[in-house]
Design a protein around this ligand. Structure first.
Ligand code: GLU
Length: 271
């Protein structure tokens, strides 16, 4: 009996805590905690002055504003590919906006608003390496990817477990793959074209984006699986961002030349 009563108190406390975390729309009294990447130029990058920059950051700010949070009420937490589901599931963040592809596997654990951008998996090589022209050429190349990302998984599905053992290196983030590519410890990095384009732009002349995407990556906003109300609100915010020109503005501001690939926003998938 005692145990059950304590259990009920814990549940009530948890419910109250989750109300505080997710509610507050318009009140501005609490924070909107969002998981973003810190090491991906053009998408989510922590600046030397401690501010954050990138397309995902602009999406986060827009959504936060629509949910009633001013910029100073947004708290950014570093999401890496591998911690995104657990960040959401454990309630460490209100939302993950971190080059986060909507996949059926992930949808078993969390839910997604969006998509707010669609890109494809591509390849980054050293600028002077002409031996890689398509994904097929990776079958005997050393490739770097990020743990917990869908990108290396796609290559393992294609080339098999022996390829994984012999050729794949997995780091915590793509930023950590860059020196390996430069020092010729790997021959390629493979993930979303958006991410790779950001790295290529950051170091002109060093790397080459192959430019032959071989998947469809729909970027979604990861939130708690049972929170349809927030999902609907975020979807409405995303659609508003598309319509009022803010989406295009964010594309142009963050992707530079690569932004010309994103002429029209995707259709939001409500469920
Ligand atoms: N969009 C892919 C994913 O969600 C690759 C990028 C990343 O790992 O952040 O896994």
């Amino acid at each position: 009996m005692r145990v059950r009563r304590i259990g009920a108190v814990v549940i009530a406390a948890a419910a109250a805590a989750s109300l505080t975390a997710c509610g507050g729309s318009g009140s501005g009294s609490d924070k909107f905690v969002v998981g973003i990447k810190f090491d991906q130029p053009g998408l989510g990058q922590k600046q030397p002055d401690g501010s954050y920059k990138g397309f995902d950051v602009d999406v986060a700010k827009y959504i936060a504003k629509e949910l009633g949070y001013t910029d100073d009420k947004i708290e950014y937490k570093e999401a890496i590919s591998a911690n995104r589901e657990s960040f959401v599931q454990q309630g460490q963040v209100n939302a993950v906006i971190a080059t986060y592809s909507i996949t059926d596997d992930r949808k078993k654990k969390i839910s997604f608003a969006g998509p707010y951008l669609v890109t494809g998996q591509d390849i980054l090589t050293r600028a002077d390496d002409t031996t890689i022209a398509s994904v097929e050429d990776l079958k005997d190349k050393k490739v770097c990817g990020a743990q917990g990302s869908s990108s290396p998984k796609r290559l393992v599905d294609k080339f098999g477990a022996p390829w994984k053992d012999q050729f794949l290196t997995e780091q915590q983030g793509y930023g950590a793959c860059l020196p390996l590519l430069e020092n010729k410890q790997v021959d390629a990095i493979s993930t979303d074209a958006t991410i790779l384009a950001g790295f290529a732009t950051q170091s002109p002349g060093k790397f080459r984006l192959v430019g032959k995407p071989f998947s469809e990556e729909k970027y979604g906003v990861g939130i708690k699986i049972d929170d349809k109300e927030t999902r609907d609100k975020i979807n409405t915010a995303i659609e508003k961002m598309f319509k009022d020109g803010s989406w295009k503005k964010a594309v142009d501001a963050n992707f530079g030349e690569f932004g010309t690939f994103f002429t029209t926003p995707p259709a939001v998938e409500r469920y």
